[in-house]
Every structure is written in structure tokens, then in C-alpha cells.
Ligand binder design. Structure first.
Ligand SMILES: Nc1ncnc2c1ncn2[C@@H]1O[C@H](COP(=O)(O)OP(=O)(O)OP(=O)(O)O)[C@@H](O)[C@H]1O
Ligand SMILES: [Mg+2]
Length: 448
């Protein structure tokens, strides 16, 4: 039942309101002075407070101030005896939800309370979602006990409470975004936005306007003013993914923002303030890019105030069984399946696989296996490694073409995509190899 406290020194008004609200299904409590109301609120949680602004002892505004001080979320509706705008404005400033002019119009009162109820339930939902998200990104969701991962956990713990910039480096699929979210959602700014921006996906001009926003007419397509991600992120986190791909020109603009915190929208003149914490990620070796002159050294140092290096999965194979169990559980939940048994020979395959695509590849391989599985068990033939087809001969007999495709792909991955080497091993010419790659649609390993 929704509870209401009526604070009014006029017994007639209190009683009439109580009768009406009880009839409407509320549980009503009465206080005839500010002091009494505050004492009651100390003892008991009440949903709404109907507060007369002219009280004999403390005065309504003072009571409101003290209520809000103790519980900023308290929903207070103030009642004014006449249309005293000055006090009303003051009350709203202090955080009253609404004001009603006496004599109270019941219809107006009912509508106000309805509105409050809706807002309350929305607030509960929102805080529920925020809590759920936080659960999703607790450190518990980053699996691993290897020494390298322990180091990562330590770093997450020590930077979460600060606003320093963080640089996360690691191969594709090692969990860079996961770690960035863990930092954000474990920080005091967890209810502020976590904004991702993929720096490699956009052209220089688009990226600049994504970061800083633009004013109307800044360029041909700028038909209206937009907010940049810096502005949207507020005091939250701006996650700059693939930061190594930012052009040198934009790098110097970014550097300036980090140094001065000031920036302008593209084409704009007003100076805005950048408050977000920056977490940058890259799967390239940023230091090497600096040496090649493709990344500004000063920006590099500004970003890597704290540096987190995520180890490739093949360098922490001891974490694989735990990861398999964790990921299977997650996949089963998503797919509403119940595939839990991993026979030792399958676990051995998983522990020994090359995992060039790291945890993401492991997750994909397991997802496929779960989809293929009929019962609870993952059979070896459900395991298809993305980066390296291992078994050329499976139980199923196949046409030569298919074996040829698989084997060429296998060799290419073994030699890291080095076509000359591959053609020598295969005993065919380079052009023939190229032809076959095209004909069979062979997937080449990512450039290393
Ligand atoms: N240590 C880990 N524990 C549990 N899940 C993990 C771990 N590392 C990565 N994952 C999972 O693997 C997938 C890939 O992780 P994520 O997207 O964070 O990687 P990334 O480094 O950003 O990859 P990319 O460079 O390809 O963007 C995600 O589904 C993530 O939840
Ligand atoms: Mg990523």
C-alpha cells in the first residue's frame, strides 16, 4: 500500500484530506507540526509527503529542507494557503515535486499523486537496470586466475576510483572492452554514461564531429547541431576503441582536449568543457606506431597514465578450463540450452588450440558447439576452430575439392598468411595459389 504523510496544523483540512485519500486506497498518517513530521519520518519510511508551507513551529520550507537533506529522493508535494509564488518557487528549488494551492482541489491532488506514482515506478525500474548492468560488469565476470590476469584485476581495482586516463592494449578478443566496462561500472561515476567510439570505423571528418559534435552548417551534411560524444559522456567514461587508427591531425586535437579540457564543436565558437575519463584501447603496438611516427608521442603518454596489457589467451592456457565453464554457462543461458559436459579429449583440444582470436574466438567456437549439440555433451566434431582447421580428415568422407580448400587454408594460417611460403610448401605457383584462394573463398589470417 502506498503511504502518505499529511503535515498540516489545521485539523479540519487534515481530516478531510485523510478521508479522501483513504478512500482512494492510500494509507494515511498525520502530523500537526514540522517537528512531529520529521520525527515520524525518522522512524518510518513514507512514500509521499503532503506538506503545508505555513507551519507554526519550523515553517514548511525549513521542514522541506531537512526532509530533503536526509532523503533527497523523498517525494514532497507542498500546499500553499494562497498563491504565494515566492515561497512556491523556493519550495520547488528545494526539491518539492509539485505545489497545490489551498483549498485543495481533490481532482488535482489525485492527478499529482498518480504522476508521482508513475515516476516512482520508473525510478525503481531505472535503478534496477543500473544495478543489473553493474552486476553484468562486476569483476566476477572477468574470468582468469593466471598471474597475468591477476595483475589486470589489481590494476582495475586501483584505477576504478580515480579519473586517470587508461590505455588498454591487447590482441583482438582479449577482453579490452570488458575491462573498460569493469573500470567504469566499478567507479563512483557508474551511473554516468559509458560511451564507446570506434575510431577505426569513421573517416577523419566524421570522427571529429562524433567526438566533439558540430554546429549547423559546419559542413555540407551538417543540417542541424549535434552533441559530441565528449558532451554525451559527461562525467562518465569515453571509451576510444582502436585509438591507434586516429589520424595525426585529429590526434593533436585530442591531445589539446586532454591537456586543457577545453574544446569547441566543429564549426562552433563556444568553448565547452570535456569532463569524461578517457579509456583508450588498441590491438596495435602503440609504442611501435610512435616510433614509426604514426602516433604522437605526447598523446601516447597522456593516454597511458595507467597501462593495462591483456595477455593473449595462448599465453594463459591455464585459464581456459575456467573460461570454458563460464562461457558455456553464459551461452546456455542465452540460447536456453543445457550443454555442460566437456569430455577430456575436447577440453584438451580447447586448451591446446592456437586461439588467435582469443576469448572472442573461444566464445564463438563454444557457441557453435552448443548450437550443434543434441544432448548435454560437446563432441569433438562440434568443435570448429576459426583460425585453424585442424582435422583435415573427419569421420565424414568429403570430396577432394573440399579437402583441398581446407588444407590450403590450414597451411596459410600456419605460415601467418605468407603466400610465398605457403605456395612453396604446397608445391604450387603463387598465381595458382591466388587463383585457388579466390575460387574457394579462403579466409586469410589477419595481418600480423
Ligand atoms: N577474461 C574474460 N572472462 C570472460 N569473458 C571474457 C574475458 N575476456 C573476454 N571475454 C569475452 O570475450 C568477448 C570479447 O571481449 P571484448 O569485446 O572485450 O574484446 P576486445 O579486446 O575488445 O576485442 P576486439 O579487439 O576484437 O574489439 C566478449 O564477449 C567478452 O565478454
Ligand atoms: Mg573491442
Amino acid at each position: 500500500m502506498v503511504t502518505i504523510l499529511i503535515v498540516d496544523d489545521d485539523p479540519l483540512i487534515s481530516r478531510t484530506l485523510k478521508m479522501h485519500l483513504t478512500e482512494k486506497g492510500y494509507e494515511v498518517f498525520l502530523s500537526s507540526s514540522g517537528q512531529e513530521a520529521l520525527e515520524k519520518l525518522n522512524r518510518q519510511q513514507l512514500d509521499f509527503i503532503l506538506l503545508d508551507i505555513r507551519l507554526p513551529d519550523l515553517g514548511g520550507l525549513e521542514v522541506l529542507r531537512q526532509i530533503k537533506e536526509k532523503n533527497p529522493k523523498a517525494s514532497v508535494v507542498v500546499m500553499t494557503a494562497y498563491d504565494d509564488m515566492k515561497t512556491t518557487v523556493e519550495a520547488i528549488k528545494l526539491g518539492a515535486f509539485e505545489y497545490l494551492v489551498k483549498p485543495i482541489n481533490f481532482l488535482e491532488l489525485d492527478l499529482t499523486l498518480e504522476k508521482l506514482k508513475q515516476i516512482k515506478s520508473l525510478e525503481t525500474k531505472v535503478s534496477y537496470f543500473i544495478e543489473e548492468r553493474q552486476k553484468e560488469y562486476t569483476i566476477d565476470n572477468i574470468v582468469g586466475h593466471s598471474p597475468a590476469m591477476r595483475e589486470v584485476f589489481k590494476l582495475i581495482g586501483s584505477v576504478a576510483n580515480t579519473r586517470t586516463n587508461v590505455l588498454i592494449q591487447g590482441e583482438s578478443g582479449t577482453g579490452k572492452e570488458l575491462v573498460a566496462k569493469a573500470i567504469h561500472y566499478n567507479s563512483p561515476w557508474r551511473t554516468e554514461p559509458f560511451i564507446v567510439i570506434n575510431c577505426s570505423a569513421l573517416s577523419e571528418t566524421l570522427l571529429e564531429s562524433e567526438l566533439f559534435g558540430h554546429v549547423r552548417g559546419a559542413f555540407t551534411d551538417a543540417v542541424s547541431e549535434t552533441k559530441g560524444k565528449f558532451e554525451i559522456a559527461g562525467k562518465g567514461t569515453l571509451f576510444l576503441d582502436e585509438v591507434g587508427d586516429i589520424s595525426l591531425n585529429l590526434q593533436s586535437k585530442l591531445l589539446r582536449v586532454i591537456e586543457t579540457r577545453d574544446y569547441m564543436k566543429v564549426g562552433g565558437e563556444k568553448i565547452l568543457r570535456a569532463e569524461a575519463r578517457i579509456i583508450a584501447a588498441t590491438n596495435q603496438n602503440l609504442k611501435a606506431l610512435v616510433e614509426k611516427g604514426r602516433f604522437r608521442e605526447d598523446l601516447y603518454y597522456r593516454l597511458k597514465v595507467v597501462e593495462i596489457n591483456l595477455p593473449p589467451l595462448r599465453e594463459r592456457r591455464e585459464d581456459i578450463p575456467e573460461l570454458v565453464a563460464y562461457l558455456l554457462e553464459k551461452i546456455n543461458r542465452e540460447l536456453r540450452k543445457n550443454v555442460r559436459v566437456v569430455p577430456p579429449e575436447v577440453m584438451k583440444m580447447l586448451v591446446e588450440a592456437p586461439w588467435r582470436g582469443n576469448v572472442r574466438e573461444l566464445e564463438n567456437v563454444l557457441t557453435r558447439a552448443v548450437i550443434l549439440a543434441r544432448g548435454e555433451v560437446i563432441l569433438p566434431e562440434y568443435i570448429f576452430l576459426e583460425s585453424e582447421p585442424q582435422r583435415i580428415y573427419s569421420e565424414e568422407l568429403k570430396p577432394l575439392r573440399e579437402i583441398e580448400k581446407e588444407y590450403i587454408q590450414h597451411v596459410l594460417w600456419k605460415v601467418n598468411g605468407h603466400k610465398l611460403k605457403a605456395s612453396q610448401i604446397l608445391g604450387i605457383s603463387r598465381p595458382t595459389l591466388d587463383k585457388k584462394i579466390k575460387e574457394y573463398n579462403i579466409v586469410l589470417p589477419p595481418e600480423t
